[in-house]
Design a protein around this ligand. Structure first.
Ligand SMILES: [Zn+2]
Length: 171
């Protein structure tokens, strides 16, 4: 397996199948913008951005920010990290675990609302601020059952804990 294939597998274990698809797409490009990724994978922009942020937090991807002169906004161009796999896996295992455990405790504490139309998620404080309607599309927010997500994070933590990245050389 190439380094990129290993990273794609790791992304799938931690963040799911869509994360893997993104990683594979990235590995076939020098760099690629959010818009292009969303188009290629026929993926919702908000969901894509969430996954890209997760992958970035886990140090599996990098981005370059460039101002688009036509629209005047910044565009983000994504690529797979170029850090050596051995370093990445050994060092980031702990970091990724920390992130996942933080994520888990946030999920466990969070009272979450979700927009039934665009899927955006809001904390109870945000939901209150927005009057329980989605600021993106005006839909009434619904309470969100995050037990499935909590189970997925727990599984990812367990998988990562059981995962021995690379045996030290000579063994
Ligand atoms: Zn919405």
């Amino acid at each position: 397996m190439s380094q990129n294939e290993v990273l794609a597998e790791l992304a799938e274990k931690i963040f799911g199948e869509k994360a893997k698809k993104i990683m594979i797409l990235l590995s076939n490009h020098v760099e690629i913008s959010d818009d292009e990724i969303a188009k290629e994978l026929d993926m919702d922009q908000a969901e894509l951005r969430k996954i890209l942020n997760d992958l970035f937090e886990a140090r599996l991807v990098k981005y370059r920010r460039a101002r688009d002169e036509n629209i005047g906004w910044y565009k983000y161009y994504w690529r797979i990290t170029d850090e050596p796999l051995e370093v990445l896996l050994n060092d980031r295992k702990r970091l990724t675990l920390t992130i996942l455990e933080k994520l888990l405790s946030l999920e466990e504490q969070a009272e979450i609302y979700v927009c039934p139309s665009c899927g955006a998620r809001y904390s109870v404080v945000e939901a209150e601020d927005y009057g329980y309607t989605c600021p993106n599309c005006g839909e009434v927010l619904e309470p969100y059952d995050n037990s499935k997500r909590i189970r997925k994070i727990r599984e990812a933590i367990q998988a990562l804990k059981n995962y021995e990245p690379i045996a030290s050389s000579g063994s």
